[in-house]
Ligand binder design. Structure first.
Ligand SMILES: [Zn+2]
Length: 216
């Protein structure tokens, strides 16, 4: 299976399902899935390249945002500028987009797909997680319910909502996302690279829309 567009960026808020779609598309069309979260985890766990690993650790372990230049260096360590790629989680702001454009030069991006989901739905999705305080097992009140209401299947302990999954935290994350990332929608629109899709749908339907766009 092949598609015409193979140098791809997926843009979308947390909870938009773009990570799931990136995995599906990457597997189906053999396009390397480049997720900045994954790159960080790999660099930190292997401690390679060492200089970059210690730089990233300093920020991540202190709960700080990794500066754009360092994120970009991490990206460059895995990106094949002449090959196919599917970027998921990069760029996160205009500065990162410009660094990427300068680096790719004339042989640039084929398409940017923006996964559009209403705020209400994102908040619903991201606050659906419940965690067992004893064994750490994770549930979802819509897609992975415990057998007994609000109790861990294994420990029979009352499930909790972690700080990250609380409405106020989710709203904060969404606000930061909008301030930093929404300008990218305009940035890529101006260059005729942006296609918006309705991501407030089933995984299958969203997948089919993505494939159609990549085939054009
Ligand atoms: Zn448990």
């Amino acid at each position: 299976m092949t598609v015409k567009k193979t140098r791809i960026i997926f843009l979308g808020p947390p909870g938009s399902g773009k990570g799931t779609q990136a995995q599906l598309i990457s597997k189906k069309f053999r396009i390397p899935h480049i997720s900045t979260g994954e790159i960080f985890r790999k660099i930190i766990s292997t401690n390679k390249p060492q200089k970059l690993a210690s730089a990233i650790k300093k920020y991540v372990q202190n709960g700080l945002l990794v500066p754009d230049e360092i994120v970009f260096r991490a990206l460059k360590s895995v990106l094949d500028t002449n090959g196919k790629f599917l970027l998921d989680g990069y760029p996160r702001n205009i500065k990162q987009a410009q660094l990427l454009d300068d680096y790719l030069g004339d042989n640039g991006i084929d398409i940017v797909i923006y996964f559009k989901v209403p705020d209400k739905e994102i908040i619903k999705r991201l606050t659906a997680r419940r965690t067992c305080p004893k064994c750490g097992r994770v549930y979802n009140i819509y897609t992975l319910k415990p057998k007994k209401d609000n109790l861990c299947d294994v420990c029979n302990v009352k499930l909790i909502i972690r700080q990250d999954d609380k409405v106020t935290t989710v709203k904060k994350r969404l606000k930061i996302y909008k301030e930093d990332t929404m300008p990218l929608v305009e940035y890529y629109k101006k260059r005729n690279l942006l296609v918006e899709i309705n991501a407030n749908d089933t995984v299958d339907n969203v997948y089919n829309s993505v494939v159609k766009i990549l085939e054009k």
